[in-house]
Design a protein around this ligand. Sequence first.
Ligand SMILES: Nc1ncnc2c1ncn2[C@@H]1O[C@H](COP(=O)(O)OP(=O)(O)OP(=O)(O)O)[C@@H](O)[C@H]1O
Ligand SMILES: [Mg+2]
Length: 283
Amino acid sequence: MSSAMSEDPSGAPARVIAIANQKGGVGKSTTAVNLGAALAELGERVLVVDLDPQGNASTGLGVDRAARTVSAYDVLTGAADATEATVPTGVDGLLLIPATVDLAGAEVEMVSQFSRESRLARALVGVLGEFSFVLVDCPPSLGLLSINAMAAAGELLVPIQCEYYALEGLGQLLENVRLIQQNVNPRLRLTGIVLTMFDPRTRLADQVVAEVRAHFGAVVYESVIPRSVRVAEAPGFGQPITRYDPFSRGAEAYRALAVEVLKRGADEGFEGWEVGMQKGGDR
Ligand SMILES: Nc1ncnc2c1ncn2[C@@H]1O[C@H](COP(=O)(O)OP(=O)(O)OP(=O)(O)O)[C@@H](O)[C@H]1O
Ligand SMILES: [Mg+2]
C-alpha cells in the first residue's frame, strides 16, 4: 500500500479509491454504494463521495434531494469544507457527501480556476484521518470531475460490465491515468477491476471474464457481481443490497468483494497494474 499519503494524527489515513469508467451504466454507483456498505458492515469507517451530477449514489444511499443542502459542488468550489458536506446514511459507519445537479456546472466553472484538478484532493486532506475508506463515485466521462477523483485517489477501481464491448474505451481511461500520474498525482495506481452484471446463462459473459482476466491478471477481483433484479431494485428503496436483501447473491458478492479489497490493502507487495506497460515501455 502507498505510504506517501499524508498522515493524520487521529488515525491511519483513509484509502481513497476512485471508482471510474467513462463508459456509462457499468455499475460504478452500484459498486460505490454496495462496496461502501459491505466495508462498513465489516467495521470500517467509510465515506462515499458522490461526484456525479446524476446523484445515483446519493439516491442509492437514501439521501433524497431535499436533504442535499451542502454538496460535493460546495466542496469543489470551496464554499464548504468536507465535514460540513458530510451526511449520515441508513448504514452505521457509512457517510456520504451527496451530489446535486449543479455539479455539472462545476466542471465548466472550474476550468479557469487555479489548481482545478486538485480541488477534491485538498478538500479531503482534513478528513482522511476520520475514515478508513473514501470511495469516490465518478460520472461517465473523463472530464474535470473524474480527474479530481483520480487526483485525490491512491487507487483506481474500474467496474467492467460482462457485455459486448466491455473493454471498449479502457485504453483511453488508462491513458488518462498515465497523464494524471505524470502531471498531478504520481501515487495513483489501477489496483482493482471488478466484473459486474455477470449472467451465468450467457457464454458471452464467461468470455468477457476470461478476456479481462487474461489481460489484467491479479488486478481483477475474484468476486464477480452477478446480474440480479434485487441489486437493481435496492436503490429505489434507498438501501444498499446488504440491507435490502442481506442474504441475496448480490449482497454476498459485494461482501466478498469488500473482504478482497481489505486484503489487497494489507498486502504490502501489491502495486496494482503498471499503467505505462501497454504503451510499450513508454513511461
Ligand atoms: N449487479 C447488477 N444486477 C442488476 N442490475 C444492476 C447491477 N449493477 C447495476 N445494475 C443496474 O444497472 C444500471 C447501471 O448501474 P450503475 O448506475 O451502478 O452504473 P454506473 O456506471 O454508475 O452508471 P453511470 O455511468 O450512468 O453513472 C442501474 O440501473 C443499476 O441499478
Ligand atoms: Mg453512476
